[in-house]
Design a protein around this ligand. Structure first.
Ligand code: XIL
Length: 326
């Protein structure tokens, strides 16, 4: 029977999924991951709070286990994420500017160096654009290091692994609303500056945390043109964290599943024709493992159904919609 990775590979794409070591303890989930995907990305194991919980004490045991799993099953693993404003250890947040820059340089050199030649790509900078789309996010990096932190992180990552594709990963770029349009403009301005200065950057990641009938992206009329603008900057395009939040929909499962499947179909119809699209990674494969139940719980307490397979790892309308699109 067809698989997501099989269908994606036939059109020159890779299908990936986010996983954790915990999830892979479950043999059914493990089978789903190895049969449906060609790539994994650590959902949390490669974030700073886990890798360097105390200054200078690097611990790669958890991400190393995921890499060993990937290799054992013929999958590749990509890196996520070096520089973010979330999941930072407390000691990093407490550093004054000069030491913060030093800790960041050491972190990038050590982590990217540890995996040199082993990961095809890295999300170097995660979510650098402000939520309201008006410019760079006012996080501790911008506040303490200034806007140069982005170019500097990319340059340092490139030095530590010259062959890894370097990515800036961002959310809220998929929809047709005014806020998305603003965010796209700020994002493109950042990318143009980096390109004009010759800063190493190979791809952009569109997280694609989508919504069925909700506040976020549901239609994708303007997305193909935006993808062309990214491609014109000579950047590859990765969909990095695809899922479809159903918290705004009524409880009935058939309707929810239909609406979620429709969003997948519309989104894939918008992105698949773009020749610079190289990779689609969903943020999990089975509804059982979705992050949305803890971060965006439904008001009625029912589990969300945002991922390509249901909580028992069985096909559902989204599965068929994705496979039909691929
Ligand atoms: C989320 C994970 O899914 C959670 O398990 C974790 O606790 C918090 O982070 N954008 C990102 C991802 O770039 O790293 C986030 O992952 C989801 C939003």
């Amino acid at each position: 029977s067809p698989t997501l990775q099989g269908l994606a590979a036939a059109r020159g794409l890779v299908w990936g999924t986010a996983v954790t070591n915990d999830q892979l303890q479950n043999p059914d989930l493990q089978r789903l991951v190895t049969s449906q995907s060609g790539l994994i990305v650590p959902e949390s194991e490669l974030k700073w709070d886990g890798v360097e919980a105390a200054p200078g004490r690097f611990d790669f045991s958890a991400p190393d286990r995921l890499l060993a799993f990937a290799r054992e099953h013929g999958l590749v693993m990509r890196g996520h994420t070096l520089l973010w404003h979330e999941q930072l250890p407390g000691w990093v947040k407490a550093l004054p500017a000069a030491e913060l820059d030093k800790a960041l340089a050491t972190y990038i050199r050590t982590v990217v160096g540890h995996y040199r030649g082993k990961l095809p790509s890295w999300d170097v900078v995660n979510e650098p654009i402000a939520d309201d789309g008006t410019g760079l996010r006012r996080n501790l990096w911008l506040e303490r290091l200034g806007p140069e932190y982005i170019a500097s992180a990319l340059t340092r990552a490139h030095q530590a692994d010259p062959k890894a594709a370097l990515v800036i990963n961002e959310y809220g770029l998929e929809g047709d609303d005014a806020k998305t349009a603003r965010k796209r403009r700020s994002f493109l301005a950042l990318l143009r500056q980096l390109r004009d200065r010759g800063v190493p950057l190979n791809a952009v990641g569109l997280q694609a945390h989508l919504y069925a009938n909700g506040s976020g992206a549901t239609t994708f009329r303007t997305l193909p043109v935006f993808l062309r603008e990214l491609a014109a900057l000579n950047l590859d395009i990765y969909v990095t964290e695809l899922d479809v939040n159903d918290r705004e929909l009524p409880a009935a499962i058939p309707e929810r599943d239909r609406a979620v499947a429709e969003v997948y179909a519309a989104f894939l119809a918008a992105v698949l024709p773009e020749p610079r699209l190289k990779l689609i990674t969903s943020w999990g494969l089975s509804d059982r493992t979705t992050w949305l139940n803890s971060f965006f719980p439904r008001a009625d307490g029912l589990p969300q159904r945002p991922l390509p397979f249901d909580a028992n790892n069985q096909a559902k309308p989204a599965t068929l919609a994705i496979m039909a699109a691929l």
